[in-house]
Write a protein that binds this ligand. Sequence first.
Ligand SMILES: Nc1ncnc2c1ncn2[C@@H]1O[C@H](COP(=O)(O)OP(=O)(O)OP(=O)(O)O)[C@@H](O)[C@H]1O
Length: 265
Amino acid sequence: MQFAQVTDQMEPAQIYQKEEIAQKQNNLIEFQDITKIYGKGQAAMRALDRINLSIRQGEFVAMMGPSGSGKSTCLNILGCIDTATQGTYRFEGVQVENLSRDHRAMLRRHFLGFIFQGFNLLNRTSALENVELPLIYRKMPAKLRREKAMEALSAVGLEKWACHTPSELSGGQQQRVAIARAIVGNPRILLADEPTGNLDSVRSTEIMEMLLEFNRQDSITIVMVTHEPEMAVYADRQIHFQDGRIITDSQNDHMITDSQKGASL
Ligand SMILES: Nc1ncnc2c1ncn2[C@@H]1O[C@H](COP(=O)(O)OP(=O)(O)OP(=O)(O)O)[C@@H](O)[C@H]1O
């Protein structure tokens, strides 16, 4: 189903038709000459400079590059948190610049899941309620919402921690709650900004294996910004930014094939 046909009243099952998710070859995201300029006149800062980029359904993409090279700006435009100054962004063929603010918000609610370095959980709210939040915005009935949130918490191995608040959880567990919140609405794409930036190497590996599993088993497209080459190797493809431009865009040369990787999970 195309994004343009979706309404907030629809059930996830109506939106996600399996045969469409299987169409991995289609471009989910297309950037044409995307430019982002912050500020004006002498203070103008060109954060992105004519970026061309296509991402297919089911891909796992890592964005890398030095600080200030434009990775987060690119992710924010992908996530409809920010808009480009020039250029065209198509999501499932729909031109995002032509959408109203409300329609863009609906795109975020139904199709995008976000994971941040700092977890961004509500501190006084239980893990379960944090995970329910995106479904509240979708106006899903309370009983169904709770069921879906529990399913998502189980998927990240935290069902026993549902009633705990973030301060009662470790950093790795908090990030798992954030992942549950990001996947609870069955997004087409997960956008992750340094998801392991605050975690030690053991927790980082757990988080990456979890993301890889959602990518391989549920065909969720993932775009992840990272500074860490050890995390970028989990992706199928690495895109390197420098001074607001893409300088390399290459497939990861994995030691094992995709099918072996899926089977090894
Ligand atoms: N809201 C803003 N206003 C003005 N300039 C901004 C804004 N956001 C980002 N920039 C500038 O745009 C450029 C790209 O920033 P961006 O955050 O996208 O880089 P990044 O590659 O994600 O960096 P980092 O790895 O440090 O997060 C930087 O020079 C930054 O200072």
